[in-house]
Design a protein around this ligand. Structure first.
Ligand SMILES: [Zn+2]
Length: 157
């Protein structure tokens, strides 16, 4: 499970999971970067490789959430005084802003962007050859879910 670092989004609590039930990767905005085996320090990609190749997980869930500060920064501008690593990290999600996602009927812009970020992360998961191959072979399922902090609602995107 890939989730945001936001303290309000704890997958173990949301899913009432016991220790050992979930392999969880958390980062700012719960993003999946594209496959880039360039020798850099890619913590999320390393954890994905461990989960898929060593643990042989059967499902990868990208868990987005409402009121995400990372998504807020995408729409309204970067967080000041925190740009050494945050700006390049959030650049992963920048493509969802070209063009700006259209809110669906009754939907808010932030929700539309949150859904677009989840779709981008699913798309980026498929750039990893061993994830794409696992999905194609039917060994690995990819899913995106969105959790609403204020209502407790969990839904697929
Ligand atoms: Zn967040």
């Amino acid at each position: 499970m890939i989730a945001c670092s936001d303290a309000r989004i704890d997958p173990q609590t949301i899913f009432d999971a016991a220790p050992g039930d979930l392999f969880v990767i958390r980062n700012v905005a719960g993003l999946v970067p594209p496959y880039a085996p360039d020798g850099g320090c890619h913590g999320t990609s390393a954890a994905l490789e461990y989960a898929v190749k060593i643990l042989k997980v059967r499902r990868i869930v990208v868990l987005g959430h409402a009121k995400c500060d990372g998504v807020h920064a995408l729409i309204h501008g970067p967080l000041r005084n925190a740009r050494d690593f945050l700006d390049p990290w959030m650049d992963i999600a920048e493509p969802v802003m070209w063009p700006m996602p259209e809110p669906d009927s009754g939907g808010a812009l932030e929700m539309a962007v949150e859904d677009a970020v989840l779709a981008l992360s699913l798309s980026n998961l498929r750039t990893f050859p061993w994830i794409r191959d696992g999905e194609t072979a039917g060994h690995l399922a990819l899913t995106a879910w969105r959790f609403d902090i204020s209502t407790g609602e969990l839904r697929t995107t």
